[in-house]
Design a protein around this ligand. Structure first.
Ligand code: COA
Length: 273
């Protein structure tokens, strides 16, 4: 499918999804929220996409919500505004978080306000050292609304979250890595190569095991210890059932017992290579 505000390229099992409004610093307008909703639905069922990398065309990752087309243009259209905010919240806050495949935000440039929820919704995030992050809402007399405050609460230490939200100060990729907003930062020239090396490593793993890994972590965050034990024990059986004859106990553990590989030193997928 073609999207007005997105580009999707697929190779070697990885979908590279780029926000494609470079002239507007990839700010999220209503069309982009609709496009992301549809694109994530498409990639969910696309066997050629075992993992998804999200980035921005041009020199920005995403300048946050489109202040003109959303907050300004729709301020007197409550129903339309509500629909756009619902879509915006859903794809970043829930769809990405519980997406059945690994997702990586590749932050190549400006990353402001609402874009923090994209970074947080993805499983991993890699930034360019040169990227510029900022919770700029305070600068326009707002606050990190919608999905953003919960994203800050999920990911950052309280001191960092409130410092950047209250001051609106900008910071670069290296600081983003230091405070745990992203996993790593690399010089922009190496960003894509380094990100692709990580994503290909992940995309080569068993897809059912990847989904179980995400589910076990994400849902355990919301559960009591007892509920989590019960859930993950049941999940082990569900995983084996979904892997059928090549299930983790018979094939994965079985091949270790047979001396074919050492899981501590590498993946089962490397047996075939
Ligand atoms: N919403 C709407 N339009 C935006 C936008 C946003 N969040 N961010 C950038 N744009 C638009 C600009 O208005 C400009 O449009 P125009 O060419 O029609 O005038 C275009 O993108 C290029 O931006 P410009 O400001 O000229 O580039 P810059 O490099 O000088 O500055 C930013 C880039 C991102 C620092 C600046 O545009 C900005 O502060 N944007 C708002 C960021 C923000 O507060 N986001 C949080 C929203 S929740």
């Amino acid at each position: 499918m073609a999207y007005e505000t997105l580009m999707i390229e697929k190779s070697d099992g990885v979908a590279l999804l780029s926000f494609n409004r470079p002239d507007k610093k990839n700010a999220m307008n209503p069309q982009l929220h609709e496009d992301m909703t549809n694109a994530l639905e498409e990639l969910r069922y696309d066997d050629q996409a075992r993992a998804v990398v999200i980035t921005g065309a041009g020199d920005a990752f995403c300048a946050g919500m489109d202040l003109k087309e959303v907050f300004h243009a729709l301020k007197d259209q409550p129903a339309r505004y509500d629909k756009v905010i619902r879509l915006a919240t859903e794809w970043r806050g829930r769809t990405l978080r519980y997406f059945p495949k690994p997702t990586i935000a590749m932050v190549n440039g400006y990353c402001f306000g609402g874009a923090f929820s994209i970074v947080e919704g993805c499983d991993l995030a890699i930034a360019a050292d040169e990227a510029t992050f900022g919770l700029s809402e305070i600068n326009f007399k707002g606050f990190p609304g919608g999905a953003v405050s919960k994203s800050l609460a999920n990911l950052l230490r309280p001191r960092d979250a409130l410092f950047y939200a209250l001051t609106g100060r900008r910071f670069g990729g290296k600081i983003a890595a230091e405070i745990g907003l992203v996993n790593f930062s690399f010089p922009l020239a190496q960003l894509k190569t380094e990100t692709m090396a990580i994503v290909h490593d992940i995309a080569g793993k068993d897809s059912s095991a990847l989904k179980a890994t995400k589910d076990a972590y994400r849902f355990s965050l919301e559960m009591t210890w007892e509920a989590s034990m019960d859930y993950t024990n049941a999940k082990e059986d569900e995983l084996a059932a979904s892997q059928a004859a090549k299930n983790w106990k018979d094939e994965g553990v079985g091949d270790f017992v047979a001396g074919k590989f050492k899981p501590g030193l590498g993946g089962h997928e490397n047996i075939k290579k």
